[in-house]
Ligand binder design. Structure first.
Ligand code: URP
Ligand code: ZN
Ligand code: ZN
Length: 474
C-alpha cells in the first residue's frame, strides 16, 4: 500500500513567496508532503522542465446569470468550469444575482441547483445585492455570511442593478459588522444615461458608442465616490475591473488616506482598446464590456498597477454571450443599437495564459507575483485561504502544471466555453497550463480532459475578522 496517491516530482514549485525545485505528495485530496525527493505513491507525475503552481482562482466570473429579456448567458456551470479547468483554474467564484424583490436565500438555492453535479472546478459564490431592503441587509445577509457567503457585489451602474449612495452605505455598514467583503462596480449610471441619450439623438448607435458613453471620467468619479463612501462607513472594499490610470490614482489617493482597498484588473484592460469596438459589420459588439477597454496609455497604466501592487487581484470578469445569436450580442435590438448589446466578454480560459505570456515571459512580473495575483490573493481576499490559493501541507491539492515553453495561438475553436468567439482570437501566447489537478484529482492531463463533471464542489468562505479590519494588508 503506497503512502501517497500522487507525487509530482522534478518540477519547479512556485508559491506567492517561493520558487524551488522539489516534489509534492498528495493524499485524499490534500497536499500532505513537500520535499526535495519523495517516494511511495500510486502515481508519479514527472514535471521536469515545468512549473508547478497553485491552481488559478478566478474570483470574478459570471455563469448562468439572467441578463435581460431574451438574453442568455453562454455558459452554464458545466461549460464555464470546463473552460476554467482547461485554463489552469481550480476554483472559480461566480455571482448569485438577487433579482429585485426576491430573497437572497432563494436566489442562492437556484444557483446551487444549477451548479450541483455540474462542475469541473470547485466554486464559491459572491452575492449581487440589487434590492437592499432592511430585511435583506439586516436579517438575510448576516445569516448568509455566517453560512459561508461572505462576499457581495454592488453596482453603481445598470438601471436595474444600481444602488443609490444611501443603499450602498447601508450595505457597507452591514459588511462592516459581519465581516463580509464588498466588491464595487464603479461607473456613474446617470452620467452614462446622459451620454447615451445624447449619442442616440445624434444617431450614433454603433458598438463604438458603448465606449464613448462610458468614458474614463464616469469610472473615475464613481471610484472616488465608492472610496469616499467606504471611508464614511469605515469598511474595506474591493474595486473591481479597474480599466485606467485615473481610477488607479483614486485607489492610491484613498490608500494614502488610510482606506483599505483592494484593486482588481482584468486581461481586457491590458490587451484590448476601445478601437476593438470599431469592428466592421457590428463585430465591435464582441468587445462590449463595462468598463470598456480604453487606449494604449491606459494599458500601460494598468500594467504599472500590476507591477507595483496597486492591483492585488487579476480576474477575468468572464461574462460570456454568443455573438451570432439572437439571444446574445446580435439580439434583434442589439443589432440596431449598442445599448441593447449585452455587456460582457468571455475569458476564463485565457486569463492565466495571457498574463503568463505578457507578464511573466515578457519580464514584467516574476512567477511569485503571478501566483499571488491569480490565486493566493483571491483566496485571502474572499475567505478561502489557506485551504485554497497556495501549496502548503494541509491545503487542498489544487495544482496547475505549466509548460513555459509551449507556444499557442488563441483560437476559440480550441477553447471550451459556450461562446462562439474569443476577444483574444489570434493572440500568440508562450506558456500554457497543461495539467490541472482539482482537490487531488487530475482533471486535465497534457491538455486532455480526464476528470469527470461533478468532481468540482461548492466551498463556503470565511468572513473577515471584524475586530481588526485588514483587508488591504494582504
Ligand atoms: O461588462 C461586464 N463587465 N459585464 C459583467 C458584469 C459586470 O459588471 O461585471
Ligand atoms: Zn461589474
Ligand atoms: Zn463582472
Amino acid at each position: 500500500m503506497n503512502e501517497y496517491d500522487i507525487i509530482i516530482e522534478n518540477g519547479t514549485i512556485v508559491t506567492a513567496s517561493d520558487v524551488f525545485k522539489g516534489s509534492i505528495a498528495i493524499k485524499d485530496g490534500k497536499i500532505v508532503q513537500i520535499g526535495e525527493q519523495l517516494s511511495g505513491a500510486e502515481r508519479v507525475i514527472d514535471a521536469v522542465g515545468k512549473y508547478v503552481l497553485p491552481g488559478g482562482i478566478d474570483s470574478h466570473v459570471h455563469i448562468a446569470q439572467p441578463s435581460g429579456e431574451g438574453i442568455v448567458m453562454a455558459d452554464d456551470f458545466a461549460s464555464g468550469t470546463l473552460s476554467a479547468v482547461f485554463g489552469g483554474n481550480t476554483t472559480i467564484m461566480p455571482f448569485c444575482l438577487q433579482q429585485k424583490g426576491v430573497p437572497l436565500r432563494s436566489s442562492l438555492n437556484d444557483y446551487h441547483a444549477l451548479a450541483k453535479d455540474e462542475c469541473y472546478t470547485d466554486i464559491s459564490f459572491h452575492l449581487i445585492i440589487s434590492d437592499p431592503t432592511d430585511a435583506v441587509v439586516r436579517q438575510e445577509l448576516p445569516a448568509l455570511v455566517a453560512d459561508g457567503y461572505t462576499s457581495l457585489k454592488v453596482f453603481m451602474t445598470y438601471e436595474d442593478l444600481r444602488l443609490s449612495d444611501g443603499e450602498i452605505l447601508k450595505t457597507f455598514d452591514v459588511a462592516r459588522s459581519t465581516g463580509a467583503t464588498v466588491m464595487v462596480h464603479c461607473e456613474n449610471e446617470d452620467a452614462i444615461r446622459f451620454l447615451i441619450d445624447k449619442h442616440e439623438r445624434h444617431g450614433d448607435v454603433t458598438p463604438r458608442a458603448h465606449a464613448s458613453t462610458r468614458p474614463v471620467a464616469v469610472e473615475r468619479e464613481a471610484t472616488h465616490r465608492a472610496l469616499s463612501l467606504a471611508e464614511i462607513a469605515d469598511v474595506p472594499i474591493v474595486i473591481v475591473h479597474v480599466s485606467n490610470g485615473e481610477a488607479i490614482k483614486e485607489i492610491m489617493r484613498a490608500r494614502a488616506r488610510g482606506i483599505k482597498v483592494v484593486g482588481e484588473t482584468c486581461p481586457q484592460y491590458l490587451v484590448l482598446t476601445a478601437r476593438d469596438l470599431d469592428g466592421m459589420d457590428w463585430e465591435g459588439a464582441k468587445f462590449v464590456c463595462s468598463p470598456p477597454p480604453r487606449d494604449e496609455a491606459a494599458q500601460t497604466e494598468c500594467w504599472h498597477g500590476i507591477e507595483t501592487g496597486v492591483f492585488e487581484l487579476f480576474s477575468s470578469d468572464h461574462c460570456p454571450f454568443r455573438y451570432e445569436d439572437e439571444h446574445g450580442k446580435l439580439n434583434p435590438k442589439g443589432k440596431r443599437n449598442f445599448r441593447h448589446i449585452p455587456n460582457g466578454i468571455p475569458g476564463v480560459e485565457t486569463r492565466l495564459p495571457i498574463l503568463f505570456s505578457q507578464g511573466v515571459m515578457a519580464g514584467r512580473i516574476d512567477l511569485s507575483r503571478f501566483v499571488a495575483i491569480t490565486a493566493t490573493n483571491h483566496a485571502k481576499t474572499y475567505g478561502l485561504y489557506p485551504r485554497k490559493g497556495t501549496m502548503a501541507i494541509g491545503s487542498d491539492a489544487d495544482i496547475a502544471i505549466w509548460d513555459p515553453a509551449l507556444k499557442r495561438t488563441i483560437r476559440h475553436a480550441d477553447l471550451h466555453d459556450g461562446a462562439d468567439y474569443s476577444p483574444y482570437e489570434g493572440m500568440e501566447i508562450t506558456g500554457w497550463p497543461i495539467t490541472t489537478i482539482v482537490a487531488g484529482t487530475v482533471m486535465v492531463e497534457d491538455g486532455v480532459l480526464v476528470g469527470k463533471k461533478g468532481h468540482g464542489k461548492y466551498r463556503p468562505a470565511a468572513a473577515r475578522p471584524t475586530f481588526n479590519i485588514r483587508l488591504g494588508d494582504i
